[in-house]
Each structure stands twice: as C-alpha cells, then as structure tokens.
Design a protein. Structure first.
Length: 413
C-alpha cells in the first residue's frame, strides 16, 4: 500500500504503526514532517516541509492559531503537490489533525481518503480549564479556547474518518461528531515492556541503584501544573519525613507542554522550590531532566512506587507504559485516569489537590511493597488486554485503514 503519514513531529503517535509497517515490508511509505533531525528509516521516505506562513507575535489572538494552522497546512500541501508531480499518489493519508497539516490535502488529492488522528477538543469549561483554583482562567479564555477549535472543526470535515485514543478524549468533542470518531489507542508494546527484577542503573551522584533500594519516581514530559508537579512537590516533604531512606527520581523537562509558562526564569520548578524547597531533603531528591527511553524504562522498573499526576487531560503514554512494567502506581483520581486504572485493583487513586493524601499512599507502598505488588501485576494484565499494540490496537487501526481503501489495496494482518 502507498501510505502518506503526516505529523509535524515525526513519528508522533505513529511510532509503533510505522515500525510495524516497515517490518511488514512491501509498502511505499512517505512521512511528511517539519522535523529535520529525526533519523532516516529504512523503507521510509522522509519529506520535510516548512510552514508557508507564521503569524506575527502580536497577531490577533482569536485568529492566531488558525493563521498558524493554515500556514502549516499550505506548506504541507505544497510539499504534497511536489510529491504528486513526481508521480506519488497515496492510497491513504494518515495524519494528526492538531496543527493544520491536513487542511488542504483534499485540494491536492481529492479522492484519497484521510484517516485523521484527533487528539483533543478544547473546552471552555471542563478538562484542565478552571480545574485548579490556583490557576483560574482569564475572562478571555473561553473565547481563545473556542477559537482554537477552528482547526479540529475544519479537520472533521476534511478527514473521512477519525481516531481518538481514549473514550474521555472522544467525549470532549461535540456529540454530533462522535459517529465519525472511532476510539482506539495508539497502542503499547507490552511485548517489549515488562518488569525486570534484576534491573540496575547508575545515575550520577545517586550511584548504582537496584530494586533493593527504596526508590520512588515522578515522570512527566515537563514539570508543570497540568501534570500535577505542584502537588508532587508539596507531598515530597511528607514522604521524606515518613520514609527517611527513600530517594526520589524526577524525570521531566523544565518547560511547559500544556498551559502557560512560568514567569520565573527557572520555570515552574523554581516556583515550587521557592515554596517548599526549605522542607525538602535535597540529598535524596534527584532531578534527572528528560532521559533516553531505555533509561526511563529502567527507572520505572526500579521504582518501588511510581507517581502519575494529571489534571483531566490527554492521558500520558508513560502511565500505560508504567502499568505494563508492573509498577505500583499512585495516580490522580480524574476521569481520564479512571478510564485506564481502577482504584485498589490496578493502582491507587488520590485526590489531585491533597498532597498529604498522596504522601500517605506513597509512603504506605514504600513501607510494604509486597502488600501492594498485586496492583502492578493486575495493571499489566489490564494493559495487555486493553492497550496492547500488536494484539488489540493494531488490528483495529488496520481495520479502520482497510475500510477506506479498495479491497485489492488492503493491508493483510
């Protein structure tokens, strides 16, 4: 099959799908992206495009996102026109709808079906907006957020079908669009992720650590409010007081992936250090930054208790990956987490706004890991049964693709 994949940050949500298509062989794969530094892959032609236009810094706020999306969309369309001029016409286009890259693909290939990845619909109430009373929305937030939805609105017309990773994310979209949106997660390679009782890792001043050490962990792409970094930091002194030998490994960057950035030069981490730093034992606190994936895997496998916090928002891959590795997880009790985890069965849920309660549950796991070990085993079983890429998600994704193309071009599985 001839497949055009479109994602500004290659491979994005197509990481597992792309690997599988390469391994299967026999496909003509072209990946259209803005990402220049992604390594070349055998059997994949990477085509880098640049946005045709970017809005000015002081562009009108209510149309700025749309202006940026159309600039990206036209840049992607120009690259697609060049591909068409070379004789390439895909059987199907798979692409993320969030940045406008698919907006004009039908102007290039009117008859080529598009299967869009729909990640999020911005709510003026609900989700992370207004969830944290410490970070109330401004008077213009409802208008700005709804203006952002011009991009998914347009893509709901452009795409022939859409995929949404979770039921909670799908339910953020207006109900009138639900019949066009299929729920299917990107998939977790549980065949590659699992527990390792013999795992060890050497980390700077921490030295060599193993499962015998009393280690707990917090992981996020960036340390920010949306991922509960402030709740974690406020709980940390309580955990360290209760468990004087425990060490915490903190994985994440110091930027903002979601929501506004901190006004402090040191980011949100600096804000929280200013608030609770005098209460923290820094000799037992280790900020590791963003780590390579193999190190992330070992960190979770070593962890006696893993903390996952989020506002009601897009579910992180790291939660499901940690569940696949049989981690004992304490997570925030919010709807997207409850879709993947059941309190007392596959993990422990806690109030997002209650640091002492978080600390109490983490401390209990650190004190008696054997008493909670069944949670990690059950968590892995659940991820294997519900989110495994090869046995659950891939067959469904291929089914969605095959439904849009002629029978003689369908992918065998």
């Amino acid at each position: 099959m001839k497949i055009l994949l479109v994602h500004q940050n290659m491979p994005g949500q197509y990481r597992e799908m792309l690997d599988w298509l390469i391994a299967q062989g026999g496909h003509d794969l072209v990946f259209l992206t803005q990402r220049r530094n992604y390594p070349e892959l055998p059997g994949v032609r990477k085509v880098v495009y640049a946005p045709h236009h970017r809005p000015a810094q002081d562009a009108y706020g209510l149309s700025k996102v749309w202006e940026e999306a159309t600039g990206a969309g036209y840049g992607a369309a120009m690259a697609a026109q060049a591909l068409r001029g070379e004789g390439f016409t895909p059987d199907i286009i798979l692409g993320h709808t969030g940045w406008g890259e698919l907006l004009f693909m039908k102007q290039v290939w009117p008859d080529v079906p598009i299967l869009g990845f729909f990640e999020y619909f911005y709510l003026s109430k609900g989700g992370p907006v207004g969830f944290d009373p410490e970070d109330p929305p401004s008077e213009v937030s409802p208008f700005l957020l709804h203006a952002r939805n011009a991009v998914p609105f347009a893509n709901l017309h452009v795409a022939d079908r859409g995929i949404v990773p979770t039921m909670w994310q799908r339910n953020c979209f207006p109900e009138m669009f639900h019949p066009k949106l299929d729920v299917c997660h990107d998939g977790i390679r549980t065949d590659r992720l699992g527990p390792d009782p013999d795992v060890s890792l050497t980390l700077g001043r921490v030295g060599r650590i193993t499962r015998k050490d009393e280690i707990f962990t917090y992981v996020a792409r960036n340390m920010e409010r949306t991922r509960g970094f402030h709740t974690f930091m406020r709980a940390l002194p309580h955990i360290q007081k209760a468990r004087p030998n425990a060490r915490v490994l903190v994985v994440g960057g110091n930027d903002a992936s979601y929501g506004k950035k901190s006004d402090l030069a040191g980011g949100f981490r600096a804000e929280m250090e200013r608030e609770v730093g005098h209460l923290i034992d820094w000799d037992r606190t280790h900020f590791l930054g963003q780590v390579p994936y193999p190190d992330f895997q070992k960190i979770v496998q070593i962890s006696r208790c893993h903390i996952y916090l989020t506002m009601p928002f897009v579910l992180s891959w790291s939660l499901l990956e940690s569940m696949a590795m049989e981690a004992t997880i304490v997570a925030s009790d919010v709807p997207p987490v409850r879709e993947a985890m059941t309190d007392g069965e596959t993990g422990l849920l806690t109030d997002f706004f209650d640091p002492p309660a978080l600390a109490e549950k983490v401390s209990a796991v650190l004190a008696e890991p054997e008493r909670f070990a069944h949670l990690g085993k059950a968590a892995r079983r659940h991820v294997v049964e519900t989110y495994d890429f090869l046995t659950v998600c891939l067959p469904r994704q291929i089914g969605f693709i095959n439904a849009l193309v002629p029978e003689d071009r369908r992918i065998a599985i």
